[in-house]
Design a binder for this molecule. Structure first.
Ligand code: GLC
Ligand code: GLC
Length: 822
């Protein structure tokens, strides 16, 4: 196995927009997402992971054992067996884990290619989901690099899930009697539950004539054996088993003979299909396969697969071309141009539902999460952002509060988690504002949207936004600050729960009513930020009195923050249910929190009196670490009943003072607001995955995407990341670097340009499609300032101010920006 270089396990191949992993035994499974709209799959660098249709809980196609042993199984496997020697291995290393002569995994945009070589036999599997399809392709190319012929047998393997992933791993008394399959030609159909209620099934097909198949895991593995050494593979003989109950799988046997140097291909398709109710069966109890047969026929043709792969590449090329940058820093270029935008697609699609840390069961689409994810996604496909905004708004309740999460397949609010996270409603205002700034499409405000998905309750989206504010205003505490409710952005600051039972979940435990006066400075800051956006929107649609009202509300709230939310050197975090300060120098632990410093500066609170700079200097002094900025300081060393879940985590992890990356971009943005580009960029680099690649042995998660957290200095595993992929860090980092540091920012009235960069940068370029025109922006920083625009020329003509108009003329416009002191 090749040794990794320094702390790395691979490298970025920027030209191909891939991350190349050079050894299979990465510290954690390093994964990729396949699928862009309805069919999704996660795939690790050794083929591990699972697939689902739209909803990772209710339409789970294959199984995955999150804390199983060995790690990262099962997956999408192809065993290769040398029929002469009887030796066998996994084409993607797992699940056999024999040491390969060669191994390489290339994670690209929407595809993964894993290549291995064993005993002179090279195999390369390309996995991807074709655009517009509900299936995944595994294209296997196998090459004989020996100088003699090779007789080989291939055994594919997937393990089916019985659809509802939660039920699948709990309700064994029922489930072990359910499994049913059909086999027709080279195709295996998984049809558990396909009776009167379900109309969906899965298929696992193969382009080649098969020598055998298996659908029973017991028969495939043999008694008490494992995926590492299945009896079928050991003996080189499929059992043609038809499962009945127990554990359904799909496996094909394909026999091949390869001359020296010869390559062959086999295409496997794993897919999902639904039939209309009245066309479910072609014979009693037999699935009507007429649609699927056509799909299988189509995608087992290599030319069609080539074409679909090409289309996928073009799709990503087009999407990414909307925003491209050229800066003096390769990490910025790589992250912005490729990986950060790619991650924004994943967070937009999946919210916090399914990753290698999110089981796909407990958390669906998060209200605040998805509203924030839109900020990093809206420029790519605004129509999908629009649709998502309306779906989210439809889970708002008539009083303005919101379901904290909803289930993707039903789009219904999740009753179990319920509402009462008092920051939630305000995030809707920010996503709508971002959508309008990007598109100029104010008509979204007139869209008629129900409350709680209840017909008859519809009101224009604008009204929903008003209700968001109203909800907060009707819930102010003793200092006139917003009540926190169950929690605000920080899910674990549960100031009203007072839980003493280890068997109670903080997320679902009720709030005690006797102490419901806890207030949040964070929500106050968010309120100011949102109210300013609302005023700007109202202004532009001719609602002058609303505009005034929201400006006034913002001012009043800002005043209260200055009066009751300032601790001397930084913004307070909250008042607990007894009116005691949280995040104050008076506190024994948790003296300063990051969130209010970020949000209040972003909202412009204290810009005039110097509080902003003071607050940010305190962040630098108390919270900044070489691995990023931690959530609060010092970590809580014990559980405080008045603070909630936060103190249940050991110091330095998760909400208890880890580097909770989501909040770091807020500070980057705040630093640009006060003009400190060097510091903003320094913070950017501390959590930047590509920068941290060099310390992969410490960071341990994928070096191409952000993780939710990095263990803080108070944790034994300081610097180690966890919970990669599905985090608000993706959207906020993209916003921080492109809109605030590079400073190219959609504005209601055009494209605003106001960079705040490191002072040693001579300049940079941004290409941006914006409202139907292309802007090629060149920024020159001859005076080496951090901030300050002297003059902007658009197509050679100087303009007033720094907002470039939206031309919407389909043409290319050249924008020259001269930075410097005025
Ligand atoms: C998780 C949640 C997010 C929350 C954050 C802080 O990332 O998905 O909604 O704001 O934790 O608790
Ligand atoms: C836990 C996590 C937090 C998450 C919440 C919701 O509190 O620490 O990040 O938001 O659960 O499930």
């Amino acid at each position: 196995m090749p040794e990794s270089e320094g702390g790395k396990y691979g490298y970025f191949d920027d030209a191909r927009r891939e991350y190349v992993i050079l050894r299979p035994d990465t510290p954690t499974p390093w994964i990729n997402y396949l699928g862009q709209e309805d069919y999704f799959a996660m795939i690790s660098n050794t083929g591990g992971g699972y697939s689902f249709y739209r909803d990772a809980r209710f339409r789970r196609i294959t199984r995955y054992r999150y804390h199983g042993v060995p790690l990262d199984q099962p997956g999408r496997y192809v065993y290769v067996r040398d029929a002469e020697s009887g030796q066998y291995w996994g084409a993607t290393w797992q699940p056999v884990k024999r040491p390969p002569e060669f191994y390489e995994c290339r994670h690209g945009l929407g595809y993964t290619i894993i290549t291995t070589r064993y005993s002179g036999i090279e195999s390369q599997v390309t996995y991807f989901v074709p655009l517009g399809q509900t299936l995944e392709v595994w294209r296997l190319k196998i090459t004989n690099r020996r100088d003699r012929p090779a007789k080989l047998q291939l055994f594919s393997y997937v393990e089916f899930c019985l659809w509802d992933a939660l039920d699948d791993m709990t309700n064994f008394q029922r489930n072990l009697s359910l499994a049913e399959v059909e086999v027709e030609g080279s195709a295996i159909y998984h049809k558990t539950g396909y009776r009167e209620r379900r109309n969906h099934f899965a298929f696992f097909a193969c382009s080649e004539r098969i020598a055998g198949f298996d659908t029973s895991r017991d028969e495939f593995l043999g008694s008490y054996k494992s995926l590492e050494n299945p009896i079928v593979v050991e003996e080189g003989r499929s059992r043609n088993s038809i499962v009945s109950g127990w554990y359904p799988i799909g496996s094909h046997q394909v026999n091949l003979e390869l001359a020296p140097g010869e390559s062959r291909e086999a295409i496997f398709l794993l897919g999902y299909a639904e039939n209309p109710q009245d066309e479910k069966f072609e014979a009693p109890n037999k699935i009507n396969k007429s649609r699927v047969r056509k799909v299988i026929e189509e995608f087992t043709r290599p030319s069609r697969v080539d074409e679909a792969f090409e289309q996928l590449k073009q799709y990503w090329g087009r999407l990414l071309s909307i925003l491209q940058v050229e800066t003096p820093d390769e990490h910025v270029n790589r992250m912005v141009n490729i990986w950060n935008q790619y991650q924004c697609m994943a967070t937009f699609n999946l919210s916090r539902s399914a990753s290698f840390y999110e089981s796909g069961i407990s958390r669906g689409i998060g209200f605040r999460d998805s509203n924030q994810d839109i900020l990093g996604f809206v420029h790519m496909i605004p129509e999908r952002a629009r649709e998502r905004i309306l779906d989210l708004a439809a889970t708002q309740l008539p009083d303005g509060s919101c379901y904290h999460q909803y289930q993707p397949i039903t789009k219904r609010g999740n009753k179990e988690i319920g509402s009462g996270f008092n920051d939630d409603p305000l995030w809707l205002v920010l996503s709508v504002a971002a959508y309008i700034k990007e598109t100029g499409d104010y008509s979204i405000l007139d869209e008629i949207v129900p409350y709680d998905n209840t017909p008859g309750t519809e009101e224009p989206l604008y009204k929903h936004l008003e209700k968001s504010f109203q909800y907060i205003l009707e819930r102010l505490g003793p200092h006139g600050l917003p009540l926190i409710g169950h929690a605000d952005w920080n899910d674990c600051l549960n100031l009203n729960v007072f839980s003493t039972s280890p068997d109670e979940s903080f997320q679902t435990a009720p709030d005690r009513t006797d102490g419901k006066t806890a207030e949040s400075v964070f929500i106050a800051g968010l309120f100011v930020l949102a109210a300013k956006e609302m005023a700007a929107i109202a202004e532009r649609i001719g609602r002058k009195s609303d505009a005034e009202k929201y400006r006034r509300l913002a001012d009043e709230m800002a005043k209260r923050v200055l009066e009751h939310g300032w601790d001397g050197e930084w913004f307070l975090r909250a008042y607990d249910a007894f009116g005691r300060k949280v995040g104050s120098r008076e506190c024994e632990e948790g003296k300063i929190f990051i969130e209010p410093q970020g949000i209040c500066v972003m909202a412009g609170i204290g810009l005039d009196n110097g509080y902003t700079v003071k607050a940010l200097d305190s962040v630098y002094k108390y919270l900044a670490t070489p691995h990023g900025i931690k959530l609060h300081h010092p970590a809580y060393t014990r559980y405080y009943i008045n603070l909630g879940e936060i103190g249940t985590y050991p110091p330095g992890y998760k909400e208890n003072a880890s580097i909770f990356c989501h909040t770091n971009p807020w500070i980057m943005i705040a630093e640009t607001i006060v003009g400190r580009g060097d510091r903003a960029f320094d913070y950017y680099k501390r959590i930047c995955p590509s920068v941290r690649e060099a310390i992969s042995h410490i960071h341990r998660c994928e070096p191409y995407v952000y993780a939710q957290m990095i263990a803080g200095p108070e944790a034994p595993r300081y610097g180690e990341a966890k919970n990669s992929w599905l985090t608000g860090t993706a959207a906020w980092s993209l916003v921080a670097i492109t809109q605030w540091i590079l400073g190219v920012r959609p504005h209601y009235d055009g494209l605003l340009i106001d960079p705040c960069i490191p002072s040693d940068w001579p300049g940079f370029k941004v290409t941006r499609w914006f409202r139907g025109a292309k802007y090629v922006i060149e920024v020159r920083n001859e005076e080496r300032v951090c901030k300050g625009v002297k003059q902007i020329y658009v197509d050679g003509v100087p303009i007033e101010g720094n907002i470039v108009p939206a031309f919407s003329d389909g043409r290319t416009h050249h924008v020259l920006v001269i930075m410097g002191r005025k």
